[in-house]
Write a protein that binds this ligand. Structure first.
Ligand code: H2U
Length: 363
């Protein structure tokens, strides 16, 4: 790894050091030498493979918690969350006069989007065309909800380990009248970089990662997936367009969507192949803020974050606890080591290799 100003005896896999995350203006402590320590901590039960539960409320034709019956869908299916965290007509709490007890109005909508009619077909196991359909639907939702709301957060919690409550492949879409903390921070950081350097931070970053190669996991004509230089989660990745300035999912061309579907399938197959388990993660898209009159956005570049918790095996995870909560983020494995492990994995899914899905699913 090339570190600007490194002294002769610095070895990133041996010597602890700090790395800067320019999207969050924060530092992460990298202590790769700790990978050698014995593990005496919690070992999770192996994540359960979703059993075909014919009563799952997300399946076509089934009844949801609010009594509505799902249509007999055969592609994606979007519905209003029956237990929404954001509602469109919440009253204004008023701002109050005390600087220590401030509040603000929060309005929005929450939707759930099923990716596929079958509960056992996750994104890497879907056909290329089926993944394109998911991307098209994401773009449509950004367009539709973005005309009213300031921020449209598409996110997927996958696996019980990441708090996912339903094994049916799905994501959530929360649109809000306010810019949430994380995108607000990404907005400030990208804007500052643009003002100082005259080009979008992530366009320059993608170009440099393609040249440096050591953190690249999957690369295509239009897209790049890397373990970012500043990754915190062991196998965290950043997925971003590498060739042109793109604000949001709905700005992608047909070709870019098809290419993205291919890169997502390859990345998620590698994730599943790492420990031969349906890999848990939280992922989400960050595109430029929306709403009726968004400010100047030349500094923004569309990107997706994948935050997977697994560290050493299908049962040993990374916790973000003591030092991370009270001091700062810390990791053991270097991002370059994580990228190399993922890069070397086959593009064929282990379930396809083992013939597990052949009878049910034909590409
Ligand atoms: P997870 O993405 O964390 O698994 O959440 C699934 C969402 O689906 C959850 O927000 C919603 C839950 O409220 N849901 C319904 O709206 N109706 C149902 O009948 C089941 C689940």
């Amino acid at each position: 790894m090339s570190c600007g100003g490194a002294t002769g005896n610095f070895v990133p896999t041996e010597h602890q050091h700090l790395r800067y995350n320019p999207l969050r203006a924060s530092w992460v402590l990298v202590s790769a030498h700790r990978m050698r320590r014995p593990w005496g901590g919690r070992v999770e039960d192996p994540p359960e493979e979703p059993m075909p539960d014919l009563g799952n409320p997300l399946l076509p034709g089934n009844t949801r918690a609010n009594g509505e019956v799902n249509p007999d869908y055969d592609g994606t299916f979007v519905f209003e969350n029956d237990f929404p965290a954001l509602q469109p007509n919440a009253p204004d709490p008023g701002s109050g006069d005390d600087p220590l007890f401030r509040s603000k109005v929060a309005r929005g909508v929450c939707k759930v989007m099923c990716f596929h009619p079958r509960s056992d077909i996750t994104l890497p196991l879907m056909t290329h065309d089926e993944v394109v359909t998911v991307i098209d639907k994401w773009a449509e939702l950004v367009e539709e909800l973005g005309s009213t709301y300031t921020w449209v957060q598409i996110f997927e919690n996958k696996g019980a380990m990441m708090g996912c409550s339903n094994p049916h492949p799905h994501c959530q879409v929360w649109a809000s009248s306010f810019l949430p903390n994380e995108p607000a921070l990404a907005d400030r950081c990208q804007r500052k970089f643009y003002e100082e350097h005259g080009e979008p931070l992530l366009l320059r970053y993608a170009r440099q990662e393609v040249e440096r190669r050591e953190r690249v996991v999957v690369q295509s004509c239009d897209w790049l997936a890397v373990v970012p230089y500043w990754a915190t989660w062991p196998f965290q990745t950043l997925l971003l367009p590498r060739r042109r300035h793109i604000l949001r999912l709905n700005d992608l061309t047909t070709e870019e969507r098809r290419d993205l579907a291919d890169v997502m399938k390859r990345l998620l197959t590698k994730y599943d192949n790492l420990f031969e388990v349906s890999f848990p993660y939280s992922m989400g898209w960050h595109g430029a803020p929306t709403g009726p009159a968004p400010p100047s956005l030349a500094h923004w570049q569309l990107h997706a974050h994948y935050f997977p918790p697994l560290l050493r095996s299908a049962t040993v995870r990374k916790f973000m606890v003591g030092y991370e909560l009270l001091a700062q983020e810390q990791r053991d494995l270097t991002p370059e080591q994580a990228a190399e492990k993922l890069r070397r994995l086959p593009d064929e899914h282990y379930k396809i290799r083992d013939g597990g899905l052949k009878e049910q699913k034909k590409e």
